[in-house]
Design a protein around this ligand. Structure first.
Ligand code: GTP
Ligand code: MG
Length: 138
């Protein structure tokens, strides 16, 4: 059994899509074992996305992620990392498959509604960034 870190981004929380997005995760067999709504500071968002600091869109990404509340959550299931990324769809909604979260809800490549960890090591780090062990209820 595997765990991954998911973020419902500001474009989605703003449009009251948290429940619809969570239904997609649960329908795919992913269990939400931790969840909280927070408003990231620019410094916190910058730290979370530090791996992208040299990319041209870094400033825009950090500003967006700190603009309004997000819902951070831990999803658990068989192959949770890959399964979550499948449910999310491609980064750019124009390239996302039908039925995926980004195809249905994302506004643009930047405002793309969800984040999901991309590998076991990053999942571990990203979960620890937001949650203590006591908050994970499997
Ligand atoms: P995450 O799950 O959010 O990490 O998405 P990803 O793994 O599909 O994409 P990637 O890690 O390459 O990029 C991280 C995030 O940066 C994306 O989800 C977008 O929100 C944002 N991003 C990526 N490319 C662009 C871009 O060209 N323009 C803008 N404004 N944002 C981008
Ligand atoms: Mg990524």
């Amino acid at each position: 059994i595997e765990r991954t870190l998911s973020i419902i981004k500001p474009d989605a929380t703003r449009r009251n899509l948290t429940g619809k997005i969570n239904a997609k995760f649960e329908d795919a067999g992913l269990r939400i074992v931790a969840q909280k709504r927070i408003h990231l500071s620019p410094a916190q968002a910058g730290k979370f996305y530090e791996v992208h600091k040299d990319r041209p869109f870094y400033g825009e990404l950090v500003e967006f992620m700190a603009s309004e509340p997000v819902v951070v959550q831990v999803l658990e299931g068989e192959n949770a990392i890959a399964k979550n990324r499948e449910v999310m769809g491609a980064t750019n909604p124009a390239n996302a498959d039908a039925g995926t979260i980004r195809k249905e809800f994302a506004l643009s490549v930047g405002e793309n509604s969800v984040h999901g960890s991309d590998a076991p090591e990053t999942a571990k780090e990203e979960i620890a960034f937001f949650f203590s062990g006591l908050e994970l209820v499997g």
